[in-house]
Design a protein. Structure first.
Length: 277
């Protein structure tokens, strides 16, 4: 992966930080969700069960920066099933579309290679929401508090990878709270090696379906800052199988638009010159 912090203008930045989530040891305790909310002051997002699982949040959003998915997979018999659990989070992409489309500079690349929203600069335009290929970032619209004290209503919100904690040399709250070390924090290069070793170990133990997600620097987002070990297809976990940053083709699109404009201009000049004879 490219040195995204240096490209963003940071001088001599520290190694890029990120997450590796090993879903094979996730127990669905939601300690990560609670720790994230407590540390970052993220408001409650409801306790309504979805009816299809024990999941009460459904997906990532402005008030859900960590989302634990509960996926029940039935087998052949009435008592034959397995649970798949996974704690999802912002991917802090190498090629971050949310950052590319932000008109105010509210979204910025930190010295740790992460992507963070500056609440006091965001104007709530929402351009970043459809730009994200993972559906992570969202605007906090509803004030769910009883006293009107919910902060940042109307502002785009998402995981910051606990930027304030990183600055003090601390582990992000979710990884710190995870009792099984399903969520692991560290340098991206080291986490990638750790993820591949874990996959190899599971394959050796007969878990042939174990696969990595977000670890490929040549994927559609240039590699993610949060990678996952999955036990089934990405779609099962609500993840896009082949995410592509929509702004990747912008330079080519502008070149083609410029060529089209020149062609139209040349045609107009030719028509004018022909008509004046």
């Amino acid at each position: 992966m490219s040195d995204v912090a240096t490209q963003a203008g940071w001088v001599d930045p520290p190694p890029r930080k990120g997450f590796f989530t090993d879903t094979s040891v996730c127990i669905g305790c939601k300690a990560c969700e609670v720790a994230c909310k407590e540390w970052n002051g993220v408001p409650a997002d409801g306790l309504d069960l979805l009816g299809s699982s024990y999941d009460n949040t459904g997906a990532l959003g402005a008030s859900t920066w960590r989302h634990v998915a509960f996926i029940e997979q039935p087998g052949q018999g009435p008592a034959d099933f397995r649970w798949l659990m996974s704690s999802d989070v912002c991917k802090h992409c190498t090629e971050a579309a949310c950052l590319d489309v932000c008109p105010t500079g509210s979204l910025f690349r930190t010295e740790f290679g992460t992507v963070v929203v500056q609440d006091d600069i965001c104007n709530g335009c929402g351009y970043c929401v459809p730009a994200c290929p993972y559906g992570v970032i969202d605007r906090r619209i509803d004030d769910t508090s009883t006293d009107g004290a919910t902060k940042n209503v109307g502002i785009a919100q998402k995981c910051t990878l606990c930027y304030d904690r990183l600055g003090d040399g601390l582990t992000p709250a979710c990884a710190k709270a995870c009792p099984t070390e399903s969520i692991q924090f560290g340098d991206i290069d080291e986490l990638r090696e750790r993820a591949r070793s874990r996959r190899a170990a599971l394959h050796a133990d007969g878990v042939a379906e174990a696969r990595l997600y977000g670890d490929d620097p040549d994927d559609g987002v240039g590699g993610a800052g949060a990678m996952f070990l999955l036990l089934d297809e990405p779609e099962v976990y609500g993840l896009p199988p082949d995410p592509v940053v929509p702004t990747r083709e912008l330079p080519l699109m502008w070149r083609r638009a410029g060529l089209a404009a020149l062609t139209l201009l040349a045609g107009a000049v030719a028509a004018f010159a022909g008509g004046s004879r």
